[in-house]
Write a protein that binds this ligand. Structure first.
Ligand SMILES: NC(=O)C1=CN([C@@H]2O[C@H](COP(=O)(O)OP(=O)(O)OC[C@H]3O[C@@H](n4cnc5c(N)ncnc54)[C@H](OP(=O)(O)O)[C@@H]3O)[C@@H](O)[C@H]2O)C=CC1
Ligand SMILES: O=C1O[C@H](COP(=O)(O)O)[C@@H](O)[C@H](O)[C@H]1O
Length: 485
């Protein structure tokens, strides 16, 4: 693999949660697998007045548990630490940036990774520029959320565009870095028999479920301003929907893939005042159970000072894509916190046969279940003859199972951030989100939010540990269908 040499990764927010749980563990793994180029330097920048040794001590205490005892190696950590450096920096104050300007070099590619509250993006870009930390090759990596709605998203994009070209701007949607999400592209575009059976002629409906067992994990003040529609649907579920629905790009380039995704986002039927009540279900968890333990309701979570909140922790949506391929095929989307299990799956249900010659067999629909996490793999549910002499032609449903780990040259499935770090170092934007697609995605979500407000689509309570409000079952059952799980 050819990886560009001479990159510097500068992590803003290096003492934060994302850095500890995701970014540094991913870098540790890449270093361990020799996938970070020889000269790559990693600079943590954060507010605490401390030296490199203290920074590394803090980091080790958080990274080690994330790696796990069986994979941890002191030797790897020592050699990884030798790549790292630390700078004290208050992101909002220009005077601190001189030290950064002295650290970076115009002969190397500086990659500024902003793992910070988004309200700081503007100041960071301005100070990087005025302190001569930016060179034509410099890249910026932006964590979600990029905006809270279309207007604020545009504002962030415009600010960033003053300092970085679109080619040097990497907007993260970590779902795109998941191996199984990339496998969706391979499944669709490297298999003729799948590719030729992928439209309204063959497919009855599509389900996308992203269920989480976690609550809001100490992020109340962020989450209550966002809710599940903005936190999960606007980005992760919309990306999954695009990858399922888009036309084949003519090449695996960022430009070609983005163009196809944007077409889908534009073809998504608006859910407005006329159809929001039938198309959207919103829920909020109350106290319940997770794996035998009592868990609090949303309004009892740490950090909550309100008696009530209209923020949804669950949302189910029936969507339509108004184009030739998908006319008449509903896409049922569902995502929530505090569900009974962690499950991300896409289920493609094929149409029934036009004429069934096997009497007595009811459900002959094929189903393709793409399990993104956990138990990563693909299942094709087929109808087969039962091996028996008792009955002439007894049919049974059987499953062809493709285990994703089975194709692996690793004994684990890499975390999304590992792929995304490799790609940003190599300058490959195909798994990052383009400006147009993120803005189109906000357009669709904003219309839903506004319609929910005007039509008073109320939050329905559900118990933590359940699959959401009963109405979420109805949204699909009234069409004579059922959720896969
Ligand atoms: N954590 C996660 O799993 C995910 C996070 N994200 C996004 O990533 C970003 C970071 O999230 P997360 O790590 O959880 O947040 P944290 O609050 O844990 O980390 C943010 C860091 O930024 C620092 N910071 C804030 N203001 C300044 C400043 N003026 N100067 C220097 N440092 C400052 C904070 O330092 P201090 O403590 O000193 O204030 C803190 O260490 C957010 O945009 C979040 O939405 C996205 C997906 C998942
Ligand atoms: O971006 C986010 O994603 C996580 C879920 O990510 P996963 O990789 O564990 O599926 C979600 O919990 C969080 O609220 C959201 O901000």
């Amino acid at each position: 693999m050819s990886i560009e040499a001479g990159s510097d990764l500068i992590i803003f927010g290096a003492m934060g949660d994302l850095s500890a749980r995701k970014l540094f563990p991913a870098l540790y793994h890449l270093h361990h697998c020799d996938l970070l180029p020889e000269g790559t330097r990693i600079l943590g920048v954060a507010r605490p007045e401390q030296g490199l040794d203290d920074f590394l001590l803090h980091l080790k205490a958080r990274v080690q548990p994330a790696i796990g005892a069986d994979r941890w190696s002191e030797d790897t950590w020592m050699s990884f630490s030798a790549r790292c450096d630390y700078l004290v920096l208050d992101f909002a104050e220009r005077r601190y940036y001189q030290a950064l300007a002295d650290w970076v070099s115009k002969d190397r590619t500086a990659i500024y990774y902003l793992a910070t509250p988004p309200g700081l993006f503007d100041q960071i870009c301005t100070h990087l520029d005025s302190s001569q930390c930016l060179f034509p090759s410099s890249r910026i990596v932006l964590e979600k959320p990029i905006g809270h709605d279309l207007a604020s998203c545009k504002q962030v994009n415009e600010i960033v565009a003053q300092y970085f070209t679109e080619e040097n701007t990497y907007r993260i949607d970590h779902y795109l870095g998941k191996e199984t999400v990339q496998n969706l592209l391979v499944l669709r575009f490297a298999n003729r028999f799948i590719n030729t059976q992928w439209d309204q002629g063959c497919i009855d409906h599509v389900q996308i479920t992203v269920a989480e067992t976690v609550g809001i994990e100490g992020r109340w003040s962020y989450y209550d301003r966002y809710g599940q529609l903005r936190d999960m649907v606007q980005n992760h579920l919309m990306q999954l929907l695009c990858l399922v629905a888009m036309e084949p790009p003519n090449a695996m380039t960022a430009e070609a893939i983005r163009e196809e995704k944007v077409k889908i986002l534009r073809a998504l039927r608006r859910i407005d005042d006329s159809n929001v009540a039938q198309s959207v279900v919103r829920g909020q968890y109350s106290a319940g159970w997770h794996q035998g333990n009592a868990v609090p309701g949303y309004l009892q979570e740490e950090g909550c000072e309100l008696k009530e909140s209209d923020t949804e922790t669950f949302v189910a949506i029936k969507a339509h894509i108004d184009n030739w391929r998908w006319a008449g095929v509903p896409f049922y989307l569902r995502t929530g916190k505090r569900m009974p299990e962690k499950l991300t799956e896409i289920v493609i249900t094929y149409k029934s046969l036009p004429h069934n010659i096997f009497s007595g067999s009811e459900d002959t629909q094929n189903r393709l279940v793409i399990r993104l996490q956990p138990n990563e793999g693909i299942e094709m549910q087929m109808v087969s003859k039962q091996n028996t002499l008792k009955s002439k032609m007894a049919l049974v449903r059987q499953t062809l199972n493709l285990d994703f780990l089975g194709s692996s040259d690793l004994d684990r499935i890499p975390d999304a951030y590992e792929r995304l770090f490799i790609d940003v170092i190599q300058g490959d934007q195909s798994l990052f989100v383009g400006r147009e697609e993120i803005e189109e995605s906000w357009v669709w979500c904003d219309v839903i939010t506004q319609a929910c407000g005007r039509q008073n689509v109320k939050i329905k309570p559900y118990h933590a540990g359940s699959w959401g409000p009963a109405k979420a079952e109805l949204i699909i059952e009234k069409d004579g269908r059922a959720w896969n799980v």
